[in-house]
Design a protein around this ligand. Structure first.
Ligand code: CNA
Length: 293
């Protein structure tokens, strides 16, 4: 199914929808694949983080690097990984800038992201539009008693190979990013309801294999379009009429799969809508603002 061409009528309907201002509540559901062109590896691509960490850090499974109990037993592999995972210099991609562009046009409902890199904020998306479902790398705290900790101090300690423990409960401190076996923040569940207001869901750069986040596309209302932009098909497919799973090949369903690199698909989309000049101006302006900071 993945190699099928996107249904031409569905693609045209989406383009027409943008041109006629039909979409006013666009919901983005995103993952690490939207940041790979910024130089940040994802988890599961052949060149992703999971490809070499098992051997490098002597783990049983690559997931153990981000597993709460493994971290609490021995934080060293994760701290060593952090030393190399420096993303401060990374710039937002075309895909992040597209989200920001649509926010500035007042067309965005919410951006649900699994990413912890904060590139949505760098791109200029308003903070109140973004739900960082898996937290952010720019904050630190105790995973047991939730006491906050200074991220700069944690980074300094990591770079000096000092193990940082919580002054209240003694557990090891980590950046406030959600690990396997850790609960999602209260605000994720609180803001989850907003998804019901979508008229277009754009799901990008995610394998949809981390839950509960991976279930978000199936919570979009039945009336909403669902466009998946990814290197390969992701999520559940179904041929059953009453299922919420994707049905990209069903002519009557508002599901469309656009296979490829996010930035390239976004470029084509913008061109086909007729926004090329306006979008390029927006990107140049935003990128020069970041560089002049
Ligand atoms: P994943 O499981 O690694 O899947 C990424 C998906 O994106 C795969 O299907 C890839 O084929 C696809 N992909 C990669 N590059 C592109 C591209 N340029 N264009 C289109 N598709 C592409 O990552 P998920 O986000 O699905 O998994 C969730 C984890 C990854 C979350 O817990 C994140 O915190 C974690 N993560 C985040 C970052 C980040 O913040 N940038 C980096 C690495 C991992």
């Amino acid at each position: 199914m993945g190699s099928d061409q996107p249904h031409p009528n569905k693609y045209e309907e989406i383009i027409e929808g943008f041109k006629t201002n039909k979409f006013k509540n666009i919901t983005f559901i995103t993952g690490a694949g939207i940041s790979t062109s910024a130089g940040i590896p994802d988890f599961r691509s052949p060149t992703g983080i999971f490809a070499n960490v098992k051997k490098k850090y002597g783990l049983n499974r690559p997931e153990d690097l981000f597993e709460l109990n493994s971290f609490l037993d021995n934080p060293k592999p994760f701290y060593d990984f952090c030393k190399e995972f420096n993303i401060e210099h990374c710039l937002p991609t075309k895909t992040h800038l597209f989200q920001s562009f649509l926010c500035h046009k007042g067309l965005v409902n919410k951006i649900y992201t699994q990413n912890v890199d904060g590139l949505e904020l760098k791109a200029g998306c308003p903070e109140n539009k973004i739900i960082f479902a898996h937290g952010r790398i720019t904050e630190a705290g105790c995973p047991k008693c939730f006491k906050s900790y200074d991220i700069e101090k944690l980074r300094e300690n990591i770079n000096k190979d000092i193990l940082t423990t919580c002054s209240s409960c003694g557990a090891y401190i980590k950046p406030k990013v959600v690990f396997y076996n850790e609960s999602l923040s209260f605000s994720f569940y609180f803001k989850f309801i907003s998804i019901k207001f979508s008229d277009l869901g754009i799901i990008m750069g995610t394998s949809l294999r981390v839950f509960p986040f991976g279930n978000l596309p199936y919570s979009l209302p039945k009336s909403s379009w669902r466009v998946l932009i990814n290197m390969e098909e992701a999520g559940y497919m179904s041929y059953q009429e009453d299922s919420n799973a994707f049905r990209f090949n069903d002519i009557n369903k508002k599901d469309l799969f656009l296979q490829g690199k996010c930035d390239e698909v976004i470029d084509k989309l913008v061109r086909d809508i007729g926004w090329e000049q306006e979008f390029n101006n927006f990107c140049n302006q935003r990128l020069s603002q970041i560089q002049n900071k």
